[in-house]
Design a protein around this ligand. Structure first.
Ligand SMILES: *[C@@H]1O[C@H](CO)[C@@H](O)[C@H](O)[C@H]1NC(C)=O
Ligand SMILES: *[C@@H]1O[C@H](CO)[C@@H](O)[C@H](O)[C@H]1NC(C)=O
Ligand SMILES: *[C@@H]1O[C@H](CO)[C@@H](O)[C@H](O)[C@H]1NC(C)=O
Length: 428
């Protein structure tokens, strides 16, 4: 009846090399246009809600002024549909002059002046997914140099309109070309998403050597179903994916849609907590100008961000999938700390889930438990003490755990009645 003991095997290999540009030692954080603003180029009616210079300046202002930058959200990232339909006379990409009248270098300066970084989008292929000029193999070097000249700090290279052979050549080629510009430019590769995301078609060792992050799976949509399908795919394939991730090289389950239209409050908390467990890049795609205070509180939760940004850089895993449709996720953190997410896939009512840390594979000892969303410290918990958490439908209970002392010491301390004896603590 009880879940079998989970053996704590850290499947990460410290020997695996990361792309040697020194960037993204923790998952990148910032804002990315795509999910919320897509390819809306109709700027005539409302220049602030289309892919335009105005939109990116507005988002930079919000990141700088509303407390985001200090929390680590520093990237302002352009996605598809920014460019002109034609390259310039020298064969370089150029922005649509109507929507980016100041040009990209000026926008980059605006962003840099606010202590932020600029990301841009390209596509390895004849066209971008939105039909704009793509980066064919003969254009890789010139496009890398153009982005560097403009002061770009990150490139997302999509993979529409290219085949397996071209991708196998082009993604490593762009990595070399970016390096040759001598400007540190973080590199996001959509390559695995075009090859099914799994070995043998995807070589994660190679990806870690040439890219800082990569999209493995489908684009996120503004819906709970989309979030669930992504969580399932990443959990079902966690044995492969966990070892691919580490400082400087991250799996990217795609943008945060917290603050948009598709998720309830509980679901928004779930996405943020699970993205923290997965060591996912935290790129929000929402409208920071009109964000609700509830969405802001979730996205600015310091403890969750701390879990996401843990310097050990080990991607967390799903420990258990119960028949009751409760799932338990776990991520090891520095100094023997860890995070647990109790996630309910139920749609009926809050579910009381009973377990112990021992059942979840924790070593003997006592643990300090902090509930990330209620912001309460719970009574010290022994590994074999049963507890019950009440998890809302489609919601999470998220804990940060730190060992207080070893079990021997704990027993010693108990002689002095130091550790509270709780047979079955119920945390509601
Ligand atoms: C990929 O496209 C190139 C043209 O750019 C072509 O020469 C090659 O045969 C194609 N390869 C495959 C596997 O389709
Ligand atoms: C380019 O690669 C070399 C060798 O891997 C590395 O030392 C250097 O920092 C890289 N430069 C940039 C700008 O990424
Ligand atoms: C994967 O890439 C690594 C590093 O580039 C390479 O050494 C290895 O042979 C590749 N593995 C396969 C199965 O191709």
């Amino acid at each position: 009846m009880y879940p079998s003991l989970v053996v704590f095997v850290l499947a990460f290999s410290l020997a695996t090399l990361a792309l040697d540009n020194g960037l993204m030692r923790t998952p990148p954080m910032g804002w990315l246009a795509w999910e919320r603003f897509r390819c809306d180029i109709d700027c005539k009616n409302d220049p602030s809600n289309c892919i335009s210079e105005r939109l990116f300046r507005d988002m930079a202002d919000r990141l700088a002024e509303d407390g985001w930058r200090e929390l680590g959200y520093v990237y302002v990232n352009i996605d598809d549909c920014w460019s002109s339909m034609e390259r310039d006379k020298e064969g370089r990409l150029q922005p649509d002059p109507d929507r980016f009248p100041g040009g990209i270098p000026k926008l980059a300066k605006y962003i840099h002046d606010r202590g932020l970084k600029l990301g841009i989008y390209g596509d390895l292929g004849t066209h971008t997914c939105g039909g704009y000029p793509g980066t064919t193999l003969d254009k890789v070097a010139v496009d890398a140099q153009t982005f560097a000249d403009w002061g770009v700090d990150m490139l997302k290279l999509d993979g529409c309109y290219s085949n397996v052979t071209e991708q196998a050549k082009g993604y490593p080629l762009m990595s070399k070309a970016l390096n040759a510009t001598q400007r540190p430019i973080a590199y996001s590769c959509s390559w695995p998403a075009y090859q099914g995301g799994l070995p043998p078609d995807v070589n994660y060792t190679q990806l870690g050597e040439i890219c800082n992050l990569w999209r493995n799976y489908d684009d996120i949509q503004d819906s709970w179903d989309s979030v669930l399908s992504i969580v399932d795919w990443f959990s079902d394939n966690q044995d492969v994916l966990q070892s691919a991730a580490g400082p400087g090289r991250w799996n990217d389950p795609d943008m945060l849609i917290v603050g948009d239209f598709g998720l309830s409050l509980e679901q928004s908390r779930s996405q943020m907590a699970l993205w923290a467990i997965m060591a996912a890049p935290l790129f929000m795609s929402n409208d920071l100008r009109t964000l609700s205070s509830e969405a802001r509180a979730i996205l600015q939760n310091k403890v969750l961000i701390g879990i996401n940004q843990d310097p050990l850089g080990v991607q967390g895993v799903r420990l258990l999938k119960e028949k009751s449709r409760i799932e338990v996720f776990w991520r090891p953190l520095v100094d023997s700390a860890s995070a647990l997410v109790f996630f309910s896939r139920r749609t009926d009512m809050p579910y009381r889930y009973r377990t112990s840390l021992l059942n979840l594979g924790y070593p003997s000892g006592s643990y300090k438990v902090y509930d990330v969303f209620t912001e309460k410290t719970l009574p010290v918990l022994k590994h074999d003490t049963y507890f019950t958490v009440s998890i809302n439908p489609t919601g999470v209970v998220t804990w940060l755990l730190t060992p207080t002392m070893h079990w021997g010491q704990a027993q010693e301390a108990m002689k002095y009645n130091f550790v509270e004896e709780a047979i079955d603590s119920t945390f509601l």
